[in-house]
Structures are given as structure tokens and as C-alpha cells.
Design a protein around this ligand. Structure first.
Ligand SMILES: Cc1ncc(COP(=O)(O)O)c(C=O)c1O
Length: 415
């Protein structure tokens, strides 16, 4: 699917009559907007001369210190000098790829992986090799065989890109006992590790998992305030080894000169003066309710043969549909039925994922989620009816074999 097709489709999908289970927009309605309005006014009044001026390429020292305090919750001990503030963690992803990769270089990523990361890898012409996950995240033995086979071809991947917590799109979390194993395997093959962790504080049980970076100071760690505070402020960061830091700052400077001072100062004030941890709790409670609504609706409405995982945090359910249904081909029919989702192929660099789709429960209300899943079930039933009438559609020769990847967590329809 080309970008323009997606844009056209999403223009339709964002109409109010369509229930969008496609995007990963946080539920910012849960923010204390009145208190923030006072903070914004005060920021302009008292510190406007600084807030509205250019800042430093690395980001404001006060915010970098606060970021270190946030990361300490995941066991990370970091020096604020090694933090580079970026315009969302998406910018950090882009810059890190720019620094590490030349065209043709290999990056290892989970299969499936975050679409925005795959976009950055493609933009720098890096080749992605996916490694399969199960319900406990990346499978270490498969990582080892992928690295072994690449080494046999004389290839050392530039880095492993991994989303250990509440994965986007797979919804799974890397088991704690696998974390040091993954790091050891990468170290053995001389492969850097990039840990992308925007959802780490959004666990439904309140558990905060130890970051890979807390176990290895060479890990590049990407963080964001998009999901714990406000995505529109576009404040993210990279914590990098000192050897990489100067290059990252130069790259950041060439991209934006400096991240927006105003937004950084607002985030600093928010962290300093508001009970941001209880706000994160408010967010996660809302997301848990929405996840529950989605799981209930999936169980109630979806036809036999669908399987999905049960996420413990984050925003996403990863759904596998019955053999023969192509989620990318089905999407326009779903939008016509007033429900949108993200088809699985967008989350693979190699054409897999046509039997999968990602459902987000973060933004719509529980009632809308239930209605959206009911509509989706209707579309799936219609696809299956056509298949029953005309037989399983023959695969086009260009279609890759099905489906290799994707976690298969227990679900009511999993044997
Ligand atoms: C895994 C992952 N990484 C990075 C990002 C980008 O986040 P930001 O808003 O900080 O750019 C997202 C956003 O959805 C994400 O899911």
C-alpha cells in the first residue's frame, strides 16, 4: 500500500461515523486541561522570553535531569549529559538510523514491528530482517539463529531494534528472564541494541519492567512523553552511550537546530508541579477498561478461527484472522462498514502480515470499541461467506507464504 492510498483511506476513516481502531492516539481527554491552561499562561507570562526563544540542540538541562528521574523507575542510572531531547521519539529513531546505517545495512527487528521505525529504516535504505516473537516477546533462540545465519553471509547487523514492553503492534512484553539473554546474544555477535520504550509505564498491573538499558550501558534507549503526558507536545528523548552522543547532537542540530523550548519547559513544569504519576495511573485505568471492552467484544462477536493476544499494558491487540482472509484487501470494505483498523502488512518490511491486523483500544470509548468490533465481525463474516461460496481465494504468485510471524497468545479460540 502506498502512502497516498493510506492517506486517502484514513481521510475517510477519520470521519466521525467511522469507529477508528486504527490509530495509536492517546486519550488526552483524561488530562487536567484547566490546570495545564494555568501552567501555560504562567509559563508565557513569567518565562516567555526564554520559552519562545531558540534553545540548545541537546535539550534543556533541567528536563534532561527530570528525564533521568523518570528512567530511574525502570532501573536506569543515567547521566543527563547522555540524554538528547528530540521532537518525539520518532525523531530519535530517525536520527539513530541516520547515524548507524548506510544504504544496504541490516537492522534486526521483531516481526511485526513499529510502522514508524520501519519507515525510518526504509528511508535510510536499511534492510530489515525480522525475528519472530511468541507470547513472551522476542524469541532468543530465533535471534541467535538469525544472527548466526547473517554472520555466515559476512553480515553484521547495525543494531537490534526492539520494543520490549507492551509491544506496538503485537501487545506482548519481553519476559524479564529473556532480557539478559537477548543482550548477551547481541554482544556475542557485536550487534548494538536500540530499545524503544514509549509504553513502559503503562502496565495494567502497575508492574514496571527493568529496561534493557538498566542491564547494559551500551544500549541506546528511546523514551517519550507522548503516551504518559501529551503526544501533541512532541517531546521524546534518546539516552545514548557517550561515544554516540556528540554525533547524535550534531544530527539533531542539522534536523531541527533545537527542540522546541516552550514544549520542554511545559513538560518540566508538569513533571515538577503536577502529580504526573497519578496521571499515568489515570491513563492506565482508562486503557485497562478499554482493553477489557475490546476483549469482551472480540469474544462475543468474532467468528471462529480468529485468535488474539491479551495485552497487559499499552494500546494494542494483534489479531490473526482465518486462513484466506486478506486484511489489507478487506480494509476498504471495513471502512465502508464504518470501522477502521491497521492491516498487518504495514508492520513487516517483507510483505508478511496479510492475515493479521492491529486493533487499538486507546482512543475510542468502551461503547464505541464494542460497536467497532461488532462491525468488524460483520465484515469478517461477509468475507468468510464469500469464501464459503466461492472457495478459498487462490493466492496470487506475488503473495508471500502465510503467516510466519506474530505472537500467538492464548485466546478463547486458540486450541
Ligand atoms: C513503539 C513506538 N515508538 C515510537 C513511537 C513514536 O512516539 P513519539 O510520539 O514519541 O514520536 C510510537 C508511537 O506510537 C511507538 O508506538
Amino acid at each position: 500500500m502506498t502512502a497516498s492510498e493510506i492517506r486517502a483511506l484514513f481521510a475517510v476513516a477519520s470521519r466521525p461515523e467511522v469507529v477508528s481502531l486504527a490509530g495509536g492516539m492517546p486519550n488526552i481527554a483524561a488530562l487536567p486541561l484547566d490546570a495545564l491552561a494555568v501552567e501555560v499562561a504562567d509559563l508565557v507570562q513569567r518565562e516567555g522570553q526564554v520559552a519562545l526563544q531558540y534553545g540548545s540542540a541537546q535539550g534543556r538541562p533541567e528536563l534532561r535531569e527530570q528525564i533521568c528521574e523518570v528512567m530511574a523507575l525502570e532501573g536506569i542510572r543515567a547521566d543527563p549529559d547522555d540524554v538528547v531531547v528530540t521532537v518525539g521519539s520518532q525523531m530519535a529513531l530517525d536520527l539513530v538510523t541516520r547515524i548507524y546505517c548506510d544504504p544496504g545495512d541490516v537492522v534486526i527487528a521483531e516481526g511485526p514491528s513499529y510502522v514508524g521505525a520501519l519507515g525510518s529504516f526504509a528511508a535510510y535504505q536499511a534492510r530489515v530482517v525480522h525475528v519472530q516473537m511468541d507470547e513472551h516477546g522476542l524469541v532468543p533462540s530465533l535471534l541467535r539463529s538469525a544472527l548466526h545465519s547473517l554472520a555466515g553471509q559476512g553480515i553484521t547487523p547495525k543494531f537490534l531494534y526492539t520494543i520490549p514492553n507492551f509491544h506496538n503492534p503485537a501487545g506482548v512484553t519481553l519476559a524479564v528472564e529473556r532480557r539478559s539473554e537477548v543482550l548477551a546474544i547481541c554482544a556475542e555477535y557485536g550487534v548494538a541494541v536500540v530499545e524503544d520504550n514509549p509504553y513502559g509505564l503503562l502496565g495494567f498491573s502497575g508492574t514496571i519492567y527493568p529496561a534493557l538499558r538498566s542491564m547494559d550501558r551500551d544500549v541506546v534507549y528511546l523514551g517519550s512523553f507522548s503516551k504518559t503526558f501529551a503526544s501533541g507536545l512532541r517531546v521524546g528523548w534518546a539516552l545514548v552511550p557517550p561515544a554516540v552522543r556528540d554525533r547524535l547532537v550534531l544530527a539533531a542540530e542539522s534536523a531541527t537546530l533545537c527542540p522546541p523550548s516552550f514544549n520542554q519547559m511545559l513538560v518540566s513544569r508538569y513533571l515538577a508541579a503536577h502529580d504526573w504519576r497519578s496521571q499515568v495511573k489515570t491513563y492506565t485505568e482508562a486503557y485497562r477498561d478499554r482493553r477489557d471492552a475490546m476483549l469482551r467484544a472480540l469474544e462475543t462477536y468474532l467468528p471462529e478461527g480468529c485468535t488474539w493476544n491479551i495485552p497487559d499494558g499499552g494500546f494494542y491487540v494483534w489479531l490473526t484472522v482465518p486462513e484466506g482472509v486478506d486484511t489489507k484487501a478487506m480494509l476498504p470494505r471495513a471502512v465502508t462498514a464504518r470501522v477502521a483498523y491497521a492491516s498487518g502488512t504495514g508492520f513487516y518490511a517483507d510483505g508478511f502480515g496479510s492475515r493479521q491486523l492491529r486493533l487499538s483500544y486507546c482512543y475510542p470509548t468502551p461503547e464505541r470499541i464494542t460497536e467497532g468490533v461488532r462491525r468488524l465481525a460483520g465484515v469478517l463474516e461477509a468475507e468468510l461467506d464469500v469464501m464459503r461460496t466461492f472457495g478459498t481465494p487462490a493466492r496470487l504468485p506475488a503473495t508471500p507464504p502465510e503467516p510466519r510471524n506474530g505472537p500467538q497468545a492464548p485466546s478463547p479460540h486458540t486450541p
